[in-house]
Ligand binder design. Structure first.
Ligand code: MOS
Length: 769
């Protein structure tokens, strides 16, 4: 890695700099090992055979022909797969095992969803396993499936009755019904969202290696090695430390790699059954039925407002599809409840069981679809009242979090609005829809607000500083590909006063200090704070050492009088008095010093102490703060009237998310989230056939995601924001705010261009013709 001396000339100088990725060279040269790239001796390849029917029963599986094929070692089915110590097929076992789904394939002959695994074929090569899987003769007894909540046979139910009041369910504040009834202006919209799939570049993969009958190492494509360890150790009935989970590189995840899914468990069990290491990598098609999805859903949002555009009431309903066992729905109402100053709010969810696997969190779960409803309906209100969309947002600006009645820890939304408007040229926007034309194209400008919570989370890091001036820093976090390796190296280098190339950051292993899932946008803040605090632990030890060392200029100094600047321990009042850590350590014959610390949510900035207590994470804690990042997306679209094709031609995102750890990787992450959102609004959609409950387009030929030609140059800026409450580094996280509001900004621009308000996603050409 190249290091520019200017980055570490001053304390704090490295953090925030656009450092190149420390793992960039490994990745582009193919040296980076992903979870399916560990060549273990005796490794077998596993291929899933899956059910073509979505409901029914396996009557028989004849594996005789498949088993006779050269290289085939085993065919494992529900009849011969080793049993788990704990199967997540009850609510208690699901909770205990942190399983994403209350069902494990190959434990029964019953079929609940299309492409449910019915066998695992093991062979000495992938090709042989794949071929043998096609030779299985499986007989089914098929029943008519329910395909979705929209299916004629679907039965809606209120999940509150079975979920002890946990989300999804009812939320209410004030009297939304009465306020709606008396509101001078009323608007509502019904929004439909298709099934979306995460589709990371690297599909789900597992390499399972039993090193001893009771000791397992799994190379797993997961966003959380600890959570996977929890699931596997509970299901296998092994002590946690006998299950090691390793994830050195991850090719994306978007939430689908946030849990331990059945294919991982089956691979581990298969390796146990044959006594050899086994590797499974989902095919792209199998990815669509193995690791969850964003559920198909309909939202209805009604608003009541005053004539000057102030929100008086919001009433939200959501209906979605869930699996035969679980009550999962992403919590859309949360963002609608807190985005604006609205005194009355009510939300209720319904769901229906269908023959699908359980859906799961997908980048900004809840906030992404929820923001589409509130942010497009607010645009309608602006239009209705002849107000500028930005003005209507300012009139409803939430100066506190009304959903929990707490002050914000920080909020830079007004700056984001102002800067975004300036960059896109908002003042030139023609408010009249369909009135701006350039040849065959209709042009429109749109915008939307973005927000994402800072979720409660804590992690641990260890720092080992060597007297020779290098350091190894460790935390069991994962890097989704977004830059964790790089930003954590920067944070450590900065705190230690070392050049970044003298710091090695290790992650992705349960043998390292425990870190949370890289999900919910928590990794950057939690892990960086853990590292920062662990370095403070190192300094505290060395300051103590110096104070006890007669030869040190700091002999008998009080800890509170000593500061550390770029690795030099010195007196705050007379900085000339002090010495570098290396001198001190060499004199004491210390090869290294270790620091360990936990970075905590709500633990304040700089010294780890904020001016007042932060949010404890409890909903009813009125003393604390509500912690959110905020931002605004602005865009221009061009709609080809004859072909109905909408293209995003200009893009601006301005985000306030606390401290930004690396300007380059942060910009990339916002761009990635915006592209993710543009995909969701203009092209992505998985179609589930209503009769067979099968996906008809489960591959990247049929499931369209944006390519370079679909995306313009994007402008991303961050508002400088110092939040004293969030965590030791003041980092809010940017993984998810990047995509919140994006779909609405595009839909609003399309409305401005064409006068067409499309509430059914994605906005494909036929909807604009
Ligand atoms: Mo994500 S949906 O925060 O893994």
């Amino acid at each position: 890695m190249e290091t520019d001396p200017k980055f570490f000339d001053t304390p704090g100088g490295v953090v925030g700099q656009p450092l190149d990725r420390v793992d960039g060279r490994e990745k582009v040269t193919g040296k980076a090992r992903y979870s399916a790239e560990f060549p273990l001796p005796g490794l077998l390849y596993a291929v899933l055979a899956t059910s073509p029917i979505a409901k029914g029963r396996v009557l028989s599986i004849d594996a005789a022909v498949a088993t006779r094929e050269p290289g085939v070692v085993a065919v494992l089915t529900h009849l011969n797969m080793p049993r788990l110590a704990r199967t997540p097929n009850t609510p208690e076992a699901k909770k205990d095992t942190s399983a994403p789904m209350m069902f494990m394939p190959l434990t029964t002959d019953e079929i609940f969803y299309a492409n449910q695994p019915v066998a695992l074929v093991l062979a000495d090569t992938w090709e042989r396993a794949k071929h043998a899987a096609t030779l299985l003769d499986v007989k089914y007894q098929a029943a008519a499936p329910v395909a979705a909540y929209t299916h004629p046979k679907a039965e809606l139910f209120d999940p509150l009755a079975v979920q002890d009041g946990k989300q999804p369910g009812h939320t209410s504040r004030g009297d939304a019904q009465a306020a709606m009834a008396s509101a001078p202006v009323k608007l509502s919209g019904t929004f439909t969202h298709p099934v979306y799939h995460h589709n990371p570049m690297e599909t789900g993969s597992t390499t399972a290696h039993w090193e001893a009958p009771d000791r397992l190492t799994v190379y797993e494509s997961t966003q959380g090695v600890t959570r996977t360890q929890t699931s596997l150790s509970k299901m296998l009935g092994l002590p946690r430390e006998q299950v090691r989970v390793v994830t050195k590189y991850l090719g994306g995840g978007f939430g689908c790699k946030g849990s331990c899914w059945p294919h991982t468990v089956l691979t581990v069990q298969a390796a146990k059954a044959v006594g050899r290491p086994v590797k499974l990598m989902l095919t792209r098609q199998q990815q669509f039925t193995s690791m969850g999805h964003r559920e198909d859903q309909t939202q209805t949002l009604a608003l009541g407002a005053s004539r000057d555009g102030k929100l008086l009431s919001l009433i939200h309903r959501k209906t979605s599809t869930t699996s035969p066992w679980d009550n999962y729905a992403e919590p859309n109402s949360r963002v609608i409840n807190l985005l604006y100053a609205c005194p009355n709010f009510e939300a209720k969810y319904d769901m229906a069981r269908a023959n699908v696997m359980t859906s799961t969190f997908t980048r900004a779960p809840g906030e992404a679809p929820g923001s589409f409803a509130i942010e497009t309906l607010l645009d309608d209100l602006a239009h209705e009242l002849n107000l500028d969309p930005l003005e209507i947002r300012l009139r409803n600006y939430a100066d506190k979090d009304y959903s929990v009645d707490k002050p914000w820890s920080s909020k830079s939304l007004k700056q984001c609005y102002a800067r975004g408007a300036e960059l896109i040229g908002w003042s030139k926007r023609n408010p009249r829809p369909g009135a701006t034309r350039d040849g065959r194209y209709l042009l429109g400008l749109g915008m939307a607000t973005a927000t994402y919570p800072v979720h409660n989370s804590q992690g641990t890091a260890r720092v080992r500083l060597y007297a020779d001036g290098h350091a190894v820093v460790q935390s069991g976090a994962t890097d989704l590909g977004t830059g964790t390796y790089t930003v954590m190296t920067q944070v450590a280098a900065d705190a230690l006063g070392l050049p970044p190339d003298k710091v090695r950051f290790e992650l992705g292993d349960t043998t390292l200090p425990t870190a949370p899932n890289s999900g919910g946008s928590v990794a950057a803040g939690t892990v960086s704070s853990s590292i920062f605090m662990a370095v403070q632990d190192v300094w505290a030890k060395l300051i103590k050492q110096a104070a006890a060392d007669k030869k040190s200029p700091l002999f008998q100094a009080k800890a509170e009088d000593v500061e550390v600047v770029k690795g030099r321990l010195q007196l705050k009042k007379s900085p000339a008095k002090g010495e570098n850590f290396a001198e001190l350590m060499n004199r004491a014959q210390l090869t290294d010093v270790e620091g360990l610390a936990q970075g905590k949510y709500g633990a304040g900035y700089e010294t780890g102490l904020a001016a007042s207590p932060a949010d404890s994470g409890h909903k009813d804690d009125k003393a604390g703060h509500s912690m959110h990042s905020f931002g605004a997306h602005f865009c221009e679209v061009r709609v080809d009237q004859e072909l109905g094709i909408a293209r995003v031609t200009r893009w601006v995102s301005v985000i306030g998310a606390g401290r930004i750890l690396n300007a380059k990787t942060a910009r990339s992450q916002i761009i990635g989230g915006a592209v993710f959102g543009i995909g969701s609004v203009l092209m992505e959609e998985t179609i589930r056939d209503q009769r067979y409950a099968r996906y008809t387009n489960a591959d990247l030929a049929g499931y369209h995601i944006p390519v370079n030609a679909d995306i313009p140059d994007m402008t991303v800026e961050f508002v400088e924001e110092k939040d004293p409450y969030i965590n030791a580094m003041g980092v809010k996280g940017i993984g998810e705010i990047s995509t919140v509001g994006v779909a609405a900004a595009v839909a609003n621009a399309i409305f401005n261009a064409t006068g067409k308000r499309v509430r059914s996603l994605p906005i494909t050409p036929e909807k604009l013709m």
